[in-house]
Design a protein around this ligand. Structure first.
Ligand SMILES: *[C@@H]1O[C@H](CO)[C@@H](O)[C@H](O)[C@H]1NC(C)=O
Ligand SMILES: *[C@@H]1O[C@H](CO)[C@@H](O)[C@H](O)[C@H]1NC(C)=O
Ligand SMILES: *[C@@H]1O[C@H](CO)[C@@H](O)[C@H](O)[C@H]1NC(C)=O
Ligand SMILES: *[C@@H]1O[C@H](CO)[C@@H](O)[C@H](O)[C@H]1NC(C)=O
Ligand SMILES: *[C@@H]1O[C@H](CO)[C@@H](O)[C@H](O)[C@H]1NC(C)=O
Ligand SMILES: *[C@@H]1O[C@H](CO)[C@@H](O)[C@H](O)[C@H]1NC(C)=O
Ligand SMILES: *[C@@H]1O[C@H](CO)[C@@H](O)[C@H](O)[C@H]1NC(C)=O
Length: 406
């Protein structure tokens, strides 16, 4: 079971061998050529008529021959639709009266033209979990502890997003709290989903500094100022996605090296929809207990196995239902923190981020600083050895090419 593995995560545990350094050195160069593509990104709040806020955010990222649509909404639980089309002219069409009806799939939300759609999927953030970790024994199988009743995110009320829209950073924030909060846990706090799109490749200044491209957008989830129900509460998030027939999308763990960009976090988790380049969710298994994320405030992030949710009902998202019709879902839990070490309780702060995108997930290259250090560490003898080896190799292939002619 993936959820019960030792959090393969710690400071300075991994020491790649010199051979690994050499192969990384050789493979680092071409990665710099990736991600030249840029997109024209626009954010639009789709007004839902009078009455209570009906947040619907449409991010449109237009490339030469394609458009990516990200549709975020807090109708029901917070959810995002990701739709990729092969034309720069596709558009989103919303009919509010149908979308809010019991049968939203009858044209409530569409991306047109339909035949331009190359890929589509969705994520639904169903519940905020809280666990009591005070009596947890050290064994990871016991993590994260006894669950408190979860907060259903479908029962939250969300601030209007139009006030949080920032065209300069291409971002917007959904901020919410339970509609019904008898314990006043959220009296001074909130749960926020900050969504950001990118017009080109780059890397944010805040850890975990995930490399992004114009084919990706970022979500940062932050829990701030909420009173925990225990002294050492661990929080978590339940995430659902569309199943693929009888099976769930593929979860992949990639090992990465200890680099300047992500000190001491050696994994990259990826949820892949489909085997070829299609769509993905990517994150590092780390969360932060301070706004200025750092090593000292880094919390491990545990992942439960992905499984079909046929046996228990998940809150439905009208936008997902409208686009895909009735579907089966797969869900998994992310839990942030450990019973010991830094935690949410330090500053009543927790943040975690991920990327969502289409095509191949971005791959980290070594940072220039680390490449520099490696060059110095390998030193001239190392480089000569490497060069000598290459020459020998080339000679050898030459000889073998000539041999048949003899
Ligand atoms: C866009 O599509 C046109 C026509 O199909 C093609 O000639 C062109 O190479 C494509 N451009 C890119 C950047 O893919
Ligand atoms: C929304 O759909 C309903 C029912 O199909 C239709 O009567 C109405 O005209 C549509 N509204 C718009 C703005 O297209
Ligand atoms: C957000 O939308 C509401 C209603 O549509 C409007 O009253 C309000 O002024 C808008 N706020 C901003 C910052 O645009
Ligand atoms: C919220 O903050 C106010 C002012 O700082 C404080 O008086 C109150 O006790 C806090 N409420 C909770 C539930 O923490
Ligand atoms: C939290 O810690 C305080 C002081 O150590 C203790 O009195 C209290 O019972 C604890 N609360 C819970 C819910 O464990
Ligand atoms: C997530 O954790 C909660 C609380 O332990 C549990 O009820 C739920 O089934 C879990 N969901 C998944 C998808 O594992
Ligand atoms: C970005 O998306 C476009 C269109 O969906 C696709 O053709 C391209 O291969 C993607 N780029 C990467 C690096 O995955």
């Amino acid at each position: 079971m993936r959820g019960s593995r030792e959090p393969g995560w710690g400071w300075g545990r991994c020491t790649p061998s010199p051979m690994l350094f050499v192969s990384l050195l050789l493979s680092a160069a071409p990665l710099g050529l990736l991600g030249e593509e840029t997109r024209q990104v626009s954010l639009e709040v789709i007004p839902g008529g009078p009455g209570s806020p009906k947040n619907l955010l449409h991010i449109r990222a237009v490339g030469t021959n394609s458009t990516l649509h990200y549709v975020w909404s807090s109708l029901g639980p917070p959810a995002v639709l990701l739709v990729a089309t092969n034309t720069p002219h596709s558009s989103l069409s919303v009919n509010w009266s149908v979308l809010l009806s019991p049968e939203p799939e009858e044209g409530g939300l569409m991306v047109v033209p339909k035949d331009s759609i190359q890929f589509s999927s969705a994520l639904v953030f169903t519940r905020l979990l809280e666990f009591d970790s005070t009596h947890v024994s050290k064994g990871p199988a016991e993590l994260p502890g006894k669950p408190y009743p979860p907060y259903s995110l479908a029962e939250f009320s969300w601030d209007r997003i139009n006030g949080s829209l920032d065209p300069a950073t291409l971002s917007a924030t959904f901020r919410g709290r339970p509609r019904d909060d008898p314990a006043k846990a959220f009296a001074n706090g909130s749960l926020a989903f900050r969504v950001q799109a990118f017009s080109g490749p780059g890397r944010p200044s805040q850890p975990p500094r995930l490399l992004h491209t114009a084919n990706t957008s970022q979500l940062e989830v932050a829990l701030v100022g909420v009173s925990p129900r225990g002294n050492r509460s661990l929080f978590g998030l339940e995430v659902a996605t569309l199943s693929q027939g009888p099976s769930c999308p593929f979860l992949q763990e990639q090992h990465s090296i200890d680099d300047e960009y992500a000190p001491a976090v050696f994994q990259l988790e990826q949820l892949l929809w489909g085997s070829g380049p299609s769509g993905f969710m990517q994150w590092r298994p780390v969360a932060f207990s301070q706004k200025q994320g750092s090593r000292e405030s880094a919390l491990p992030c545990q992942l439960s196995p992905l499984h079909l949710t046929l046996t228990y009902p998940l809150p439905q998202s009208p936008i997902v239902r409208a686009f895909f019709g009735p579907q089966t879902f797969c869900a998994f839990n992310l839990t942030f923190g450990a019973p010991t070490g830094p935690g949410y309780w330090d500053q009543l702060y927790l943040s975690w981020s991920m990327l969502l995108g289409v095509g191949s997930p971005p791959v980290d290259a070594l940072s220039p600083l680390v490449l520099g250090i490696m060059a110095v560490a390998l030193g001239t003898p190392g480089l000569m050895l490497l060069g000598g080896g290459l020459i020998l190799l080339l000679r050898h292939t030459r000889y073998s090419e000539y041999q048949p002619l003899n």
